[in-house]
Design a protein around this ligand. Structure first.
Ligand SMILES: [Cu+2]
Length: 122
């Protein structure tokens, strides 16, 4: 009984890998890519997940290497593909390190979250 409750709690946190059938939304790809170094400052970020995500309960926080928040114009689900979150920026990103933190609720209502960095060089 106690073990079952622990499993349920961990499932709620998205910490138990339960295979493709569970359909949690994990980050599959991103533009700029996870860990990438790009030479042109992007004007948007695209995060592709393994499942469709719910825009109302999903978000992306972008900060610079020295923890300054970069406020996007919008964070929205791509109208053509519900597995993609699009972060539209006010201007192309200046050179520097950027940290992306994401949290999503997939269409099956499960929460997942993660983070990655990328770098813009002059
Ligand atoms: Cu799930």
């Amino acid at each position: 009984m106690r073990n079952m409750m622990l499993v349920m709690a961990l499932l709620g946190l998205g910490l138990v890998p339960t295979g493709p059938a569970a359909a949690h939304a994990f980050l599959k790809a991103a533009v700029p890519a996870v860990g990438a170094t790009v030479t042109e400052g992007p004007h948007e970020l695209r995060l592709r997940f393994s499942e469709g995500v719910e825009a109302a309960f999903s978000g992306v926080t972008l900060t610079t290497g020295d923890d300054q928040r970069v406020q996007p114009v919008t964070v929205a689900v791509d109208p053509a593909d519900s597995t993609i979150l699009v972060v539209t920026l006010t201007a192309p990103l200046a050179p520097g390190l950027y940290k992306v933190q994401w949290h999503v609720v997939s269409v099956d209502t499960h929460k997942t979250q993660g983070r990655y960095d990328f770098t813009v060089t002059p």
